[in-house]
Design a protein. Sequence first.
Length: 167
Amino acid sequence: MVVESIEEARAKHGFHLWGWVIMPEHVHLLVWPRKSDEKVSGILADIKRPVGQRALAWLVEHQSRFLERLTVRTRSRTYRRFWQAGPGQDRNVYEPRTAHDLLEYIHNNPVQRGLVSRPDDWFWSSAAEWYGKNAIPLQVDRTMPHLVVVDAPSNHGTAWQRQCAPR
């Protein structure tokens, strides 16, 4: 469901997808809009809206008790919210170093959570593709700026960066 929504938004907006991970309760994306006037908020809305609608419909159809946790009550109305309120952790990235650091953070999410021992072992991540493995559900765009590592300290992922730099 999430993969399909990302692909549909990608077709509509034409953004570059540099990295992603789908975790049990959240998603990380590293995208680069191709159009200078493209708003990331529109991209995210086109990903999140159909996922939320389909997930809520499934929960209603199956009469899940989990629906109560998604129910929001105000004085004037009651509704269900699938995604966390607010804009999320969106931020603009201007430097290649920052983009590479974010990609490493995204890929290490399943490792940090103890779900796998290596980033490329998590099926729901672009790490496997960056490591040269096949059979992943969502392909990345190899348009990420190259990172040139010169006399880099050996303790900050330089092996990963050299190994995963776009070709």
